[in-house]
Write a protein that binds this ligand. Structure first.
Ligand SMILES: [Zn+2]
Length: 102
């Protein structure tokens, strides 16, 4: 089986993940939100022209960086819900591991 989070804790402004392989990762919530992988945040390919256009979105506020809930998606990802109601981001375990951490 691939690596998966065994335990997750919110510590201050960071999400601490203890992985099944024993590694611990601390990701700043701000960074986590800025790296939201959903089409809304990352820009989606245009259906007609196939041109990639970043979607304009609301400026992020304090609330945007408040992590409200973490929901497992199958056995490969986490869906994060933020204080401003944004919950479209599905973070695969692989993606989470690739994020900058301390
Ligand atoms: Zn997003």
């Amino acid at each position: 089986m691939s690596n998966y989070p065994q335990q997750m804790d919110l510590i201050g402004s960071e999400l601490a993940i203890r992985w099944q392989d024993g590694q611990e990762q601390f990701i700043e919530l701000k960074h986590l939100r800025q790296e939201c992988p959903c089409g809304y945040c990352k820009g989606e390919p245009d259906i007609i022209g196939g041109v990639e256009t970043p979607v304009k979105h609301q400026p992020l506020t304090e609330e945007s960086y408040r992590l409200v809930s973490i929901n497992p998606v199958g056995r490969y990802a986490l869906q994060l819900t933020w204080g401003d109601g944004h919950s479209a981001g599905v973070y695969s375990y692989e993606y989470l591991r690739s994020l900058n951490s301390k």
